[in-house]
Design a protein around this ligand. Structure first.
Ligand SMILES: [Zn+2]
Length: 485
């Protein structure tokens, strides 16, 4: 017998009604005034009148209890240091994207990267994330950092055949590695072995070749074979940028999705990172309209990260249409802030603005995407919902927080108004990781101080890394000029 916690008389509970028992099959429903009990890492009871004993009882009368959110797309090791720099940094000659000549200027030193990750894990936990897919080029201390955070982690080491670069700011080039990334693939699998062997028991591997344009087709094929041998999910960036679309159509004569499909590299275990610039996108004027249908027919998922693209003025067109076509739609934060609830709000805004319709998608679709659909994409029937026998990954939301009130519909109040301000407590695997809005497992202020130091140290080095020797102030001018004091 383990330790049992019961949340009594929760005013609202988002409960999971299982369907066939297959991952993601079922629906979320609201329950009123009932109990949620969990023992160790498992949910024991969701419903009226829990009669068993409890070691800890929490008064739920001013709480909503909901399943933890699943963040399907992050790169924690690189993102927090960009805060205040990247939000208005783009290159119009690369169709707004700063991927190629902005991103590489602000990369932290390898031994410091774990501070970025710790900072990002804290942000996520505070917004109710209990599972994260973290795709990083391997760095020292990664597995220890994600294990110590208390989060359920998909350790997803990135590898690739080539690195993109530019030496003039308008031509995108690729520097191909001699072995086309085969060694990096093997190193990535070693990190997955290390993560899955960690005694925290919350880490799983995900096989993640970087992007369709930076990976040779053979590397993508070998990586997918490795994922299938290991029975682990697989994620690849596809349709992330206009330049990628142009490069791939130039290289292959067809769209990225049709190219991958022709090689037999799509399937229900494949998660497409972003999936924005597919053949129907209005910027492309491509002649086919097949990509979304192919994704749906192959059973693929898409990890949608609206915030980072909204900064460039780029939209996925549109979430509701992909959903209607049958694509498994999931949500990730990609960059800072690692705030899943803000990301869910942006999913609604961007989808409705793209379609010019409030009916483009429903809040229930968004919540499903951030929980059960993600569980389906990861092949997990035990996360993404609150039902007996599932993992005790759960979140309480303070209904008496003024930002939540008045509570006619708690998920709308959470997603459209209160966001992380109302997230009170978070448990992962039955262990409390956030208590009364404070992360218990990470010293977030300490991580923030390190990220600030790292940003300060990196700013003077920007000019040396830039093809045109631009300074940080050239690349990312301050919002306001500095006035005379
Ligand atoms: Zn990404």
């Amino acid at each position: 017998m383990g330790r049992t916690t019961v949340i009594r008389n929760a005013r609202w509970v988002v409960a999971w009604e299982k369907g066939s028992g297959a991952p993601g099959d079922g629906r979320h429903v609201y329950l009123r005034d009932c109990d949620v009990a969990f023992r160790d890492d498992q949910i024991l009871h969701v419903g009226a009148g829990y009669a068993g004993k409890a070691d800890e009882t929490i008064d739920g009368r001013s709480l909503m209890v909901m399943p933890g959110l699943i963040n399907m797309h992050t790169h924690t090791a690189t993102m927090p240091i960009f805060k205040g720099i990247r939000e208005e940094m783009g290159n119009p000659r690369f169709y707004m994207s700063a991927l190629y000549d902005g991103w590489p200027l602000f990369v932290a030193e390898p031994e410091d990267k774990h501070w970025n990750s710790r900072y990002a894990y804290a942000e996520m936990l505070l917004s109710g994330v209990t599972t994260v897919v973290d795709m990083c080029f391997p760095f020292p201390g990664w597995v220890d950092a994600i294990a110590a955070s208390g989060i359920r982690g998909y350790v997803s080491p990135l590898f690739e055949s080539a690195r993109w670069f530019t030496d003039n700011g308008y031509q995108l080039q690729y520097r191909w590695y001699d072995d086309k990334g085969q060694k990096a693939l093997r190193q990535g699998m070693d990190i997955i072995d290390q993560a899955e062997g960690h005694n925290c028991g919350r880490l799983t591997g995900l096989v993640s070749p970087m992007a369709v344009d930076t990976c040779a087709p053979e590397l993508v094929r070998d990586a997918l074979a490795e994922a299938r041998r290991r029975k682990r999910p697989f994620q690849l960036h596809v349709g992330e940028a206009m330049m990628e679309f142009l490069e791939m159509t130039r290289r292959t004569g067809t769209t990225q999705i049709q190219f991958l499909d022709g090689l037999g590299l799509l399937g229900p275990d494949v998660i497409i990172g972003h999936g924005i610039f597919l053949d129907h996108h209005s910027w492309l004027h491509w002649s086919t309209r097949d990509d979304v249908r192919i994704l749906a027919e192959r059973g693929c998922a898409v990890s949608h990260c609206p915030v980072v693209f909204s900064r460039y003025g780029i939209a996925l067109e549109d979430f509701g249409s992909y959903l209607k076509a049958g694509v498994t739609m999931t949500i990730g934060t990609d960059t800072h802030p690692h705030n899943m609830i803000e990301e869910m709000r942006s999913t609604a805004i961007m989808a409705r603005a793209s379609r010019e319709s409030i009916f483009a998608l429903k809040t229930a679709d968004i919540f499903h995407a951030a929980t059960a659909a993600a569980a389906k994409a990861l092949g997990r029937a035990d996360i993404g919902g609150l039902a007996r026998g599932m993992k005790a990954d759960l979140v309480t939301v303070a209904l008496d927080d003024p930002a939540m009130m008045p509570v006619y519909d708690p998920l709308r109040c959470l997603i459209y108004t209160a966001a992380d301000r109302a997230v009170r407590d978070v448990w992962v695997d039955g262990a409390k990781v956030v208590e009364n809005r404070k992360v218990l497992t990470i010293d977030w202020p300490e991580a923030a101080r390190h990220v600030e130091r790292m940003q300060r140290e990196i700013l003077p080095k920007v000019a040396a890394r830039d093809y045109a020797k631009r300074t940080a102030a050239d690349v990312s001018p301050l919002t306001l000029p500095i006035g005379r004091a």
